[in-house]
Design a protein around this ligand. Structure first.
Ligand code: PLP
Length: 409
C-alpha cells in the first residue's frame, strides 16, 4: 500500500479508535499478576466496571477473550444440556449467539424477525405465554444493540414482558455495542447477565470480554452442568475477591481499561450517552439528505452507536466502501450476513467528536460521488446544521451516585 499521511479514520462499529491516553496506559511495563500492585488494580477495575454496567453490588467477570467468549461464558455458566432458550433473529450477532447456544446442546427457539425492527415486548410476551414446550424456557437472550442493523431493542420493555408473562427465564443481554455508548442499567432494568467486549464503547483494543451477573444468574450457576472451566464464574469470583485471576490476565489491556473507565467517568456516563445520541442524529441527517435509507425502520429504535445505510439497488455497498478506503483512508463497516453488499455501516461510537464525524461524513459524500452512486449532495451540510443547532442534552441518569474518577485511577 502506498504511503498515507495523517491518521487512518477507523469508523467500523468496533473496534473503535483507541484514545492516546489509553494507548499510553497500555504501553507501561507489564507487572506481576500475582503481586500486590495487581491486586489493587483489580479492585479499582471491578469498582469501575460495576458502575459502568449499572450493577453496583453485583459481580463483573473479566475474561481475556473477544465478545464471543462472553457469549460462551453466559451459556456455560448457567445452563444444562437440552435447556430451552428463546431468541429472536435480530441480525448476524443474534445468530452468532444462537450458534454458540446450539453448540452447547441447548434447544434454541429462534423466532423469525424483521431485521429492520427492534424486538417488541408484545412478541416476547406472546411467545412466553403461549409456549407449549415440554420444559419452560430457561433463558431469553436478546441483543441490545444489533451491530449488523443499527437497531436497538428496549430492554426495560422486554423485562416488563417477562414479568407480565410471570416467567422465570433468565434475561440475558448482549451489550457488546451498547455499553459505554447508550444507557444500560443492569439492576434497574432487571437483567441477569450482560455480555460485553472491550473494543467498542470502552475504547480499548479487542481482547477483553465481560459478563456482568445478577444474584439470580449466580444461583443458576449452582445447577448448571455444561462443560465449563476457563469460563467458570465462581473460580473467577473467588480469585477476584483477593484481587487475582485464576489464570494469567491480559495485564496491559487492564491498564488500558483503567484509563478508559477514568475517561468515561470524567466526562460523565450520561454525558457520553448524550454525545453518542447527538452524533447519531447528525449521521442520520446526512443519510437522509443524501436520499439514502437508514436501514432501521423504527425511529424509536435508532442506534446511538452505529447506523446501517442501505445503498440503492444495483450498487454493491462493498465496492463503495473500497472506493472510500482507497481514496480517503476511511474504514466503514461491511454488511453482514444477508445484508452483505446491501448496506454499509458507520460506526459513531467510542472516542469520537463532532469534527471527527464531519470528516467521516465528508469521506462518504465524496466517495458516493467518486463511485457514481446516485445521491443528492448536501448530506454533510445537513449534519453540520444538526450539530451546530443542537447542544447535547443528557438523558436522565439514575439517582444512585456514579463512580468517582479518582477512585478508578
Ligand atoms: N455481539 C455484538 C452485538 C457484536 O457487535 C459483536 C462483534 O462485533 C459480537 C457480539 C462478537 O464479538 P467479538 O467479535 O468480539 O467476538
Amino acid at each position: 500500500m502506498s504511503f498515507r499521511s495523517g491518521r487512518h479514520f477507523l469508523h467500523v462499529p468496533g473496534p473503535t479508535n483507541v484514545p492516546d491516553r489509553v494507548l499510553r496506559a497500555m504501553s507501561r511495563p507489564t507487572i506481576d499478576h500475582r503481586g500486590p500492585q495487581f491486586a489493587e488494580l483489580t479492585g479499582r477495575l471491578l469498582t469501575g466496571l460495576r458502575d459502568a454496567f449499572g450493577n453496583p453490588d453485583g459481580d463483573v467477570i473479566i475474561y481475556p477473550a473477544s465478545g464471543s467468549g462472553g457469549w460462551e461464558a453466559s451459556i456455560s455458566n448457567t445452563m444444562r444440556p437440552g435447556d430451552r432458550v428463546l431468541m429472536f433473529d435480530q441480525g448476524f450477532f443474534a445468530q452468532g449467539w444462537r450458534r454458540t447456544a446450539s453448540a452447547f446442546g441447548l434447544e434454541v427457539d429462534l423466532v423469525e424477525h424483521d431485521w429492520s425492527l427492534p424486538v417488541s415486548a408484545d412478541a416476547v410476551e406472546q411467545q412466553l405465554r403461549y409456549d407449549n414446550g415440554a420444559e419452560p424456557y430457561k433463558s431469553l437472550m436478546i441483543v441490545h444493540n444489533e451491530t449488523t442493523t443499527g437497531v436497538t431493542t428496549d430492554i426495560p420493555a422486554i423485562r416488563a414482558a417477562l414479568d407480565a408473562a410471570n416467567h422465570d427465564a433468565l434475561l440475558m443481554v448482549d451489550a457488546v455495542s451498547s455499553l459505554g455508548s447508550m444507557p444500560l442499567e443492569q439492576v434497574e432494568w432487571g437483567v441477569d447477565v450482560i455480555v460485553c467486549g472491550s473494543q467498542k464503547g470502552l475504547m480499548l483494543p479487542p481482547g477483553l470480554a465481560f459478563n456482568s451477573i445478577s444474584p439470580k444468574a449466580l444461583r443458576a450457576h449452582d445447577n448448571a452442568s455444561l462443560p465449563n472451566a476457563y469460563w467458570d464464574w465462581v473460580a473467577m469470583r473467588t480469585q477476584n475477591q483477593s484481587g487475582f485471576f485464576p489464570y494469567t490476565p491480559a495485564t496491559n489491556l487492564l491498564f488500558g481499561l483503567e484509563e478508559a473507565l477514568a475517561m468515561l467517568f470524567e466526562e460523565g456516563l450520561y454525558a457520553v450517552f448524550a454525545r453518542h445520541s447527538r452524533l447519531a442524529a447528525a449521521t442520520r441527517a446526512a443519510v437522509q439528505a443524501w436520499g439514502l435509507r437508514v436501514f432501521c425502520s423504527d425511529p424509536n429504535a435508532y442506534s446511538s452507536s452505529v447506523t446501517a445505510v442501505a445503498v440503492p439497488g444495483g450498487v454493491d455497498a462493498d465496492d463503495l466502501r473500497a472506493v472510500i478506503l482507497d481514496n480517503f483512508d476511511l474504514s466503514l463497516g461491511t454488511g453482514l450476513g444477508k445484508l452483505q453488499g446491501q448496506v454499509f455501516r458507520i460506526g459513531h461510537l467510542g472516542d469520537i467528536n463532532d469534527l471527527m464525524l464531519a470528516g467521516v461524513l465528508s469521506g462518504i459524500e465524496m466517495g458516493l460521488r467518486l463511485a457514481g452512486v446516485e445521491h443528492q449532495s448536501g448530506g454533510v451540510a445537513a449534519a453540520l446544521e444538526e450539530l451546530a443547532s443542537t447542544a447535547p442534552t443528557a438523558p436522565t441518569a439514575p439517582s444512585r451516585p456514579r463512580a468517582d474518577p479518582q477512585r478508578i485511577r
